[in-house]
Ligand binder design. Structure first.
Ligand code: ATP
Ligand code: MG
Length: 296
């Protein structure tokens, strides 16, 4: 076989790989408590992965004030509710915030996503299956609390990040979230992010506090995956509506977010036969084990 043939084969294989549907990793970012840093973890992890060439879609599933689009300084004109109303396609809703970094903005649509009629379910799955663009990772920034919507997003994701900080209510709220997800939604593995800590040791102590109670009362596996330092630059970047990694790439928090992104990328990819995002949407909208659709 000549070199030419080998080259042809190699380029043929590359072409085939490029045409293969990508397997999309889906990561939900939760925390139970409000204000623990979920949105900043979501955005900065997404940005760090995008900077390494991964195509990342950020789904803003929080209807709170500090929305992903605001923090990224992009303007959302349309959202999922317009897709559900048949007014536009999902492609038209997705905003390109930076190279490789895409956003589905928050809207009442995200809330409706878990309480849809059968026809709307089908339309939503169809919308995702028709996406031309493919993504390596979907990161879902969830709202505070343990609402049905948060439960549904976490249950449908392969990985659940739980952000905690050193406040008693953060530990108790994270515990309540983990308890509900494990007892009622079949989620047993949780990746813990200790945020706004003053030292690595504080992060480890925070993790120890949480795992002490989960080990005692629940049948779950917890892993400390990142310790993000308290860093004024995070707030500065938020005020400037800039991604921390761009505005202050050498800041302690930016370095920690990069470490977290590397961890996420190192986790095994999901096993489902189809790599399409519609698998996630199917999981999201399917009725739970108790025969009740989330949101009802
Ligand atoms: N590592 C950090 N160091 C310093 N400040 C931080 C850090 N992480 C987050 N913050 C600040 O904490 C506040 C809450 O962060 P963020 O909006 O990400 O939390 P959240 O959990 O998404 O909140 P919500 O529950 O309201 O959605 C923001 O002002 C943010 O700038
Ligand atoms: Mg938030």
């Amino acid at each position: 076989m000549t070199n030419w043939n080998l080259q042809d084969q190699a380029s043929g294989l590359r072409q085939m790989a490029a045409n293969q549907p990508r397997t999309t990793r889906v990561v939900a970012v939760t925390g139970g408590k409000g204000g623990v840093g979920k949105t900043n973890v979501s955005i900065n992890t997404a940005a760090a992965m995008a900077a390494q060439g991964q195509r990342v879609l950020l789904l803003d599933a929080d209807l709170g004030l500090a929305n992903v689009d605001v923090l990224l300084g992009v303007r959302a004109r349309r959202n999922l509710s317009h897709v559900l109303a048949g007014e536009c396609t999902l492609e038209q809703v997705i905003i390109e915030a930076a190279e490789n970094l895409y956003v589905i903005p928050a809207a009442s649509g995200t809330q409706e996503m878990v309480a849809l009629t059968a026809a709307q379910h089908a339309a939503l799955i169809q919308a995702f299956s028709e996406l031309d663009r493919q993504f390596d990772c979907l990161i879902v920034d969830t709202a505070a609390g343990i609402s049905d919507m948060v439960m549904s997003f976490a249950r449908a994701s392969q990985e659940v990040l739980v952000v905690v900080c050193d406040e008693p209510t953060s530990i108790t709220d994270a515990y309540a979230l983990i308890k509900l997800l494990s007892r009622e939604h079949g989620v047993f593995r949780f990746r813990i992010v200790a945020n706004m800590v003053r030292s690595l040791r504080e992060g480890m102590e925070l993790f120890a506090k949480l795992s002490k109670v989960t080990d005692r009362f629940l049948d779950v596996a917890l892993e400390l995956v990142a310790t993000i330092p308290f860093d004024e630059n995070v707030r500065k970047a938020v005020r400037q509506q800039k991604v921390l990694l761009e505005a202050y790439p050498r800041s302690p928090a930016a370095i920690a977010y990069q470490g977290l992104a590397n961890k996420v990328m190192s986790w095994p990819l999901p096993q489902q036969p189809s790599g399409h995002l519609e698998f996630f949407v199917e999981q999201l909208v399917k009725r739970n084990a108790y025969g009740k659709a989330a949101g009802e």
